[in-house]
Design a protein around this ligand. Structure first.
Ligand SMILES: *Cc1c(COP(=O)(O)O)cnc(C)c1O
Length: 226
């Protein structure tokens, strides 16, 4: 892959985001685009940094930690952790991640709150019936939120979800928006919504997403997972 292709894809995504923002009657400044670089080498992050990207998403702890170390010379990088996280790795993840999008159980909230520095948290919703998918069941959202709210080091930001494969994204994201409204009743500052990936970010924008997690549409095809 060459840098011009990367720049073209980034520009194309930015312009589709702008279109969706316009269609939704929203303000682009409400949105944060997290470029997901999982499975890609640190060099790709460096290229994207050269193109002005500062906020990156990773889903595997070992890989993310390694990459953040290799890129320690780049000023102003923001790492978001978006994958499933083992509680015994939680404190380590906060060494580089400012935000964890995948808080889905009280034990993980407790482990994160033991970290040395404050961390932003999204509560990940499981929109499927499959309990093996990451995420808290919609019915269990409030108790998990209370746990995060009670932890001094955690800042509750909002809800996060991945649209199920067998549901129209717009419908799935409408459910996420409804969950966000519920959360706001007990956490008035936690109105952010992390939703939208390469295949469905325009729909997520139409349903109020504030944090887009976009990988392959920008990075190109991911290398086979190593
Ligand atoms: C990989 C991943 C993404 C990005 O996926 P793309 O389809 O490549 O945009 C977003 N969110 C999560 C949780 C992921 O694991």
């Amino acid at each position: 892959m060459t840098a011009p292709e990367l720049a073209d894809r980034l520009a194309a995504v930015r312009s589709r985001i702008a279109d969706a923002v316009r269609e939704a009657g929203r303000d682009e400044r409400e949105l944060t685009t997290i470029v997901v670089t999982k499975f890609h080498g640190a060099w790709l992050v460096r290229e994207l940094y050269g193109l002005g990207v500062r906020t990156f998403g990773e889903s595997r702890h070992q890989e993310a930690r390694q990459k953040s170390r290799e890129l320690g010379d780049l000023a102003g990088l923001h790492w978001h952790f978006i994958g499933q996280l083992q509680s015994n790795k939680a404190a380590q993840a906060t060494d580089y991640a400012e935000v964890v999008h995948s808080v889905d159980r009280p034990s993980l909230a407790d482990a994160l709150s033991a970290a040395a520095r404050p961390v932003g948290c999204f509560l990940q919703l499981n929109l499927t019936e499959d309990p093996h998918r990451g995420g808290v069941r919609e019915a269990d959202l409030e108790p998990l939120a209370e746990r995060v709210l009670g932890a001094p080091n955690l800042r509750l930001l909002g809800v996060m979800a991945v649209a199920p494969l067998d549901e129209q994204p717009r419908r799935a994201f409408a459910r996420v928006r409804a969950a966000s409204q519920r959360l706001l009743r007990i956490a008035p500052d936690a109105g952010f919504i992390s939703a939208g990936m390469s295949g469905d970010y325009p729909e997520a924008i139409l349903e109020g997403a504030t944090h887009l997690r976009i990988g392959s549409a920008i990075t190109g095809k991911r290398p086979d997972r190593g």
